[in-house]
Design a binder for this molecule. Structure first.
Ligand code: PLP
Length: 359
């Protein structure tokens, strides 16, 4: 049978190796690693590879993904990586071992849902350390403690921080120390010791490498680093991790020489953006059958030298192929190194086939 494209190819051997490397780096500092599967829509083969690599549990932002993994038979600890919707509390109570919270009312709703489901769920109270997404203010844990004290099914595991998500604020010794201190405060309001200080994601690995993670931080939730070996918030390739685990491939459907300047009056493109063109004469260009319904085109870098992305619409991605050595024709394929957003989009799109290899 002919291959069908577009395709995302994931090498699980590389993913379990990367997990192992991150787990070992963190273990030396007393930090447990949770493998974050949302980037690949919780593909079970990737989840298995992360567990094989030694992470403590799996974390995903979607209850649907957690339920899917449960149905595949995963029995390991699972964390819901976002603050739950009031409308999904029953599912959280049924499927997750722990979840992130930031509102006292949500804690009470989750407790009620757990009572109905006959389960217990651990919670990590998110603290806003400046990124201005979810979380209580560092001086505002008392109201959370108040709610938690009313609960019998919800157990407070500790506190957590999130970085580089909405505003790009990076983890530092200073803001992580504040997180540890906030955890101590919550612990004293609750009059019980807390197990977890969850100090962020891939972007916190830099502090682990430098040995400057404040004492007390004992958990990281890592996705991007393990999957891609990159840290986009710091614009770096992580030197000790492999970055060849995931590739996206599409099929060429047109190759022609065309001018680089459009002909005729121009408005905006199909997505409302005004394009800017530079006249580089007539050049060879190729179209692959892959577009915004399949990936995030901005997050793709062609592997072969001599190819560069010109632009993309819903179903077509156009490349400049003038400098590519050799022939190129319909039926050939072009492979790309994807960034995190492109992988997230590709594994979410029903039009992209996932192929798992293990070598
Ligand atoms: C996605 C996510 C992570 C993992 O981030 P990476 O950059 O992929 O390591 C951790 N925590 C939360 C709350 C997330 O949403």
């Amino acid at each position: 049978m002919a291959m069908r494209y577009p395709e995302i190819c994931i090498n699980t051997a590389v993913i379990s190796k990367n997990t192992e490397t991150v787990v070992k780096l963190c273990a030396d500092k007393g930090i447990h690693v949770w493998g974050v599967t949302k980037g690949v829509s919780a593909h079970p083969a990737v989840a298995s590879a992360m567990l094989e690599g030694g992470c403590q549990g799996l974390a995903d932002s979607r209850v649907d993904n957690i339920r899917k993994l449960r149905l595949f038979g995963f029995r390991n600890p699972m964390m819901l990586l976002r603050i739950p919707m009031p409308g999904e509390m029953d599912e959280v109570a049924e499927t997750a071992d722990c979840c992130l919270v930031s509102m006292p009312g949500s804690v009470l709703m989750l407790d009620r849902a757990c009572r109905e489901a006959g389960t217990e769920v651990g919670i990590i109270v998110m603290v806003d350390l400046g990124d201005l997404r979810e979380g209580v203010w560092p001086d505002g844990v008392e109201e959370m403690a108040e709610a938690i004290r009313h609960c019998h099914r919800v157990r407070c595991l500790g506190v957590g921080g999130n970085f580089g998500c909405l505003s790009g604020v990076l983890p530092t010794e200073t803001n992580l120390s504040l997180l540890v201190k906030t955890g101590e405060e919550l612990s004293s309001f609750l009059e019980c010791p807390l197990e977890v200080v969850s100090g962020g994601a891939t972007s916190s690995l830099m502090l682990v490498e430098k040995g400057i993670v404040p004492e007390g931080v004992n958990q990281l939730r890592v996705g991007e680093g393990i999957l891609l070996g990159t840290d986009i918030t710091r614009s770096r390739v992580i030197p000790y991790l492999r970055n060849d685990a995931i590739r996206i491939t599409a099929e060429v459907v047109e190759v022609r020489r065309k001018p680089t300047m459009p002909i005729g009056e121009t408005g905006t493109d199909a997505f409302g953006n005004v394009q800017i063109f530079k006249d580089r004469g007539v050049r060879r260009r190729a179209i692959v059958a892959m577009g915004r319904q399949d990936v995030r085109p901005e997050g793709l870098t062609p592997i072969d030298e001599g190819l560069s992305v010109i632009g993309a619409s819903s179903d077509h991605l156009t490349l400049d192929a003038e400098d590519l050595r050799g022939s190129l024709e319909p039926g050939d394929t072009i492979s790309f190194v994807p960034d995190y957003g492109a992988v997230l989009a590709a594994t979410t799109s029903p039009y992209v086939r996932t192929r798992i290899i293990n070598s």
